[in-house]
Design a protein around this ligand. Sequence first.
Ligand code: ATP
Length: 608
Amino acid sequence: MIETAINCCELVSHMEDLPYSELVKCYETMSNTTRRTELTEALVSFYKKTPIKVLKKATYLNQGKLYPDYLGIEIGVGERLTERAISIASGLSVEAVRQLYRKLGDLGSAAQQALESKKQYSLYKETLTISKVYDTLDQIAKTSGEGSVDEKLNLLSGLLSNADPAEAKYIVRTAIGKLRLGIADYTVLDALAIAFAGEKEYREDLERAYNLSSDLGEVAEAIASGGLKAVRSIKITIGRPVRPMLAERLSSAKEIIEKIGGQCSAEYKYDGERMQIHKNDENVSIFSRRLEVITHNYPDAVKLVQSSIKADRAILECEAVAVDLQTGELLPFQQLMHRRRKYGVERAMEDIPVSLFFFDILMVDDKDYTIRPYTERRKKLQEIIEVGERVKVAPNIVTNHPEELERFMQQAIQDGCEGLVVKDLHSSYKAGARAFSWIKLKREYRSELTDTIDLAIVGAFHGRGRRTGVYGAFLLAAYDSEDDTFKTTSKVGTGFSDDDLKTITNELEQYKLPHRSPRVLSEMEADVWFQPALVIEVIASEITLSPIHTAGRGRIRQDSGLALRFPKFTGNIRRDKAAEDATTVNELVEMYNSQLKKVEASPEELQR
Ligand code: ATP
């Protein structure tokens, strides 16, 4: 009791802390509005009364987090444990709490109602402050090992016992990672600019600091304590990811050259995983496009960086692409995603090694390169990369001719890339921005493939999530009249309604086989195999070369078959067709060749 009394006295010297209920008021206003301006206003008035000391904590809490994303620290409280904590704090049984949860569909609201039904409030309830809530959640996040479940339960139930019902709602949502207020980072930046710099126009400075640091809490603290000067002094730092520059898209080479205003640099656009690599002597960290730490998934990439970057300290960007061990060919993006699993990294690394294709440099030996023009960055990149079998700089050409650009794109596609990223020679690295300084040119924007294709279902994959109980995707094959076989060209899972999936799953039942039909040539393993019988109609953005599909294998390139890119079911089950009436392998080969001809079209055609 004495301790509680002291806590109450300590409390609201407002210079140090702020009652958590103030944050809850702001949350309530934000959840009840549909207008963005009101969202900003609620944040502005909240920030104005928040003491500097807790501004950082409040900013993370607003995002439903405790730290910036890139640190990957989750509060990590499960729903079961939270139900028990609510039960202890409210006096209701766990079953009663669970029933409330079932009825309301949200554990936060269940906590609120549970506490509202509480008969007696303790006399010496501690007033929760932002620090108290934050620090307790932080302790929960850091508790691990033996006895940690009990410890977490104590901490959370203690917090809820001191909360009023509305506070409990938001504490619970934050603890289980479902705060979801839907405030974009940019709304927070607007609010900070208005609250502390007086004008929204200073948002640009805040945005730049955020894009370089990826840490909203730090930006908030800087503007509140040191004003714009402090914000402007936030610099690019090794170990802290920079928000990536993104590309706009246009559908023709001519438009791109006009937009960029003449000469530009076109680079191969690889289809892999974007990596932002931070090298600090031998220490290497890798961040994904979404700025998560992915270093542990790529020990081979770490070694490649250690041996081929000739700078002690640097931040670079590359695309990591899976390569076929046997053929050296680039593999599709999906292959790389297998490597994201937590276990078996060593094995994945052996089976699916990566090559790194570098395309930008953001910092070298503590010099900020983001402010330098593309040409200078590219020159530096080439200087510090020791090119090897698995480390390259993305090939480029500098041109102002649409035809040359188109030819280069065709070459890129033949080399297993998606197309090109065309870059403004004079542009700086615009962290966090999608701008026309980078423009992507991909084949599918030209919608080459307008014809539908009819393919036989030869295999299926069990559905997950909403699709549990039916098949979620199908393996499709074209018919090869030359040897009366069905050769795979696509795995399709999009375009199906729930009803379609039920119908197709039922219809396929009669064609089920205990193993692959001998008339089906496939290198992909399906969960279930069928007699080729049911034909469905699909559309796709284009036909590409593929190391995994067997249709047309060796016809265009040795060891490559033909695959549909972005295939989609049209809704049409071709019951009027027998499996042997499906689109043939020869037709696919023709379609592939006619696509190439279109890319090689005359300059007049290109200008259309
Ligand atoms: P997409 O799905 O088309 O890859 P995206 O939304 O992931 O698009 P964009 O910014 O639109 O990203 O396109 C650029 C992406 O292309 C980068 O994120 C990067 O992963 C990839 N890429 C591959 N090669 C290059 C290159 N040479 N220069 C820049 N980006 C490249």
